[in-house]
Design a protein around this ligand. Structure first.
Ligand SMILES: Nc1ncnc2c1ncn2[C@@H]1O[C@H](COP(=O)(O)OP(=O)(O)O)[C@@H](O)[C@H]1O
Ligand SMILES: [Mg+2]
Length: 395
């Protein structure tokens, strides 16, 4: 069918035509936003799950909901190579200017600008990567101790008070949260906790890979009271089908039940793959309805495209020993797998391969489910490894 009208959107962070199966999370987040702006207690939300399940697009949807509710939103993707304060400062600056709206700065907003100035100057030496120019004087004694936790607490309080003065709330939204080192994460959480106790209108929504749960465990004990951890996974059959059917319907096209069943079976309901199969089924079908035969031909095209993009970008960043470790895991099946089993498959001792495993965790390729258990962060990655290296030998 006409590729110009193809509605599907495979791609990291590409907003899908139909955000299927996430109504409950959205509702929960909206309740938290409404409570926050009304000055009531609410828990922030951390979306966690594998790559390609739709965490980024969901987080963006929550940001849009917040903006509709008069929140200023501080959105950032946690940088792999910069400090959290360095990433936060320019976003906070932009947020404060949004609050200012060209008007004269009133008492609390002025306090917020000055706290930001103090914060950036006090932490400049510790974090060499902070760059911020701001035409305000620093506020003596606020956010200027040089201690990240207490300065961040001062700063976020000041920003939230500035927002409240304008009847607004503040949403901090952080994607790829697993890249924030645990010290900075602890400081952020402790700071949010302090601000939350004052009932100021500020909330944290975040998203990241499952390994962030481990980072959180080491953060302060009140994390669970402050944040609700929400797993984001594959879609059930009804939601997966509506992710395919609804966009087609808008363009007056449809699927046969057999085509839908086949796509669900091949994709296992993973959102990224649904978009990929939808796209190719559409392009390969002569006319509506899309049949099982179209979906079958789409499988080949979709896998080829995933192999060249989604899977490939991750694979290309790896060393030979890391690729071999992943291939050994794949040999054992979808997983998760015990480290001892992988080491045995790899053909070396656990201690010899432990650094390879750690480096794969740091690169976000695998994560540790529990002590000594390892799983892929990308769904269906084991099948990809087998396509790239059809046979596995330990040399
Ligand atoms: N609920 C959903 N329904 C349909 N498609 C979705 C849904 N969530 C995500 N997608 C699609 O899946 C792909 C991956 O989404 P993304 O948010 O980048 O995943 P993640 O951040 O978890 O890696 C995108 O192509 C997006 O359009
Ligand atoms: Mg993402």
């Amino acid at each position: 069918m006409n590729p110009r009208k193809n509605p599907y959107t495979p791609g990291a962070g590409s907003q899908p035509p139909e955000l299927a199966g996430r109504e409950d999370v959205i509702e929960k987040a909206c309740i938290a936003l409404d409570r926050t702006i009304a000055g009531k207690q609410a828990r922030g939300i951390v979306l966690y799950g594998l790559r390609g399940v739709g965490k980024t697009v969901l987080l963006r949807k929550l940001v849009a909901e917040a903006e509709e509710r008069n929140f200023i939103t501080i959105y950032l993707e946690a940088p792999e190579d910069r400090s959290l304060p360095a990433a936060l400062c320019p976003q906070l600056r932009a947020g404060l200017y949004k609050l200012k709206r060209g008007e004269e700065v009133k008492k609390h907003l002025l306090g917020a600008f000055r706290a930001l100035k103090s914060f950036s100057e006090a932490l400049k030496i510790k974090y060499g990567d902070i760059e911020l120019s701001l035409d305000f004087d620093r506020e003596e004694g606020i956010a200027d101790s040089g201690n990240l936790e207490s300065d961040l607490g001062d700063l976020l309080s000041a920003v939230a008070e500035g927002a409240r003065e304008k009847d607004c709330g503040v949403l901090i939204a952080i994607d790829e949260l697993q890249y924030i080192n645990s010290k900075e994460l602890e400081a952020l959480i402790a700071a949010m906790h302090r601000v939350g106790q004052k009932n100021l209108p500020i909330l944290l929504f975040a998203a990241g890979l499952p390994q962030l749960l481990g980072h959180m465990g080491q953060a302060k004990s009140y994390v669970e009271r402050l944040l609700e951890f929400t797993p984001i996974g594959k879609l059930d059959q009804t939601a997966a089908e509506s992710a395919l059917i609804k966009p087609a319907l808008e363009a007056e096209a449809s699927y046969t039940p057999e085509a839908l069943a086949l796509i669900f079976q091949k994709t296992e309901g993973y959102p990224y793959y649904l978009q990929e199969w939808g796209k190719h089924s559409w392009n390969l079908a002569e006319s509506s309805p899309i049949t099982a035969d179209d979906a079958c031909r789409a499988t080949e095209a979709a896998l080829a495209e995933l192999d060249a993009s989604f899977f490939r970008v991750r694979f290309d960043r790896l060393k030979p020993s890391e690729k071999k470790y992943l291939r050994a895991m794949a040999e054992l099946g979808p997983g998760p797998h015990r480290s001892g089993d992988v080491a045995e498959q790899y053909g070396k001792s656990i201690t010899t391969v432990a650094p390879i495993r750690s480096s794969l965790i740091a690169k976000g390729m695998v994560y540790s489910i529990s002590h000594g258990e390892t799983a892929f962060t990308v769904p269906l990655f084991e099948a990809y490894m087998k396509r790239v290296f059809p046979s596995f030998s330990t040399e």
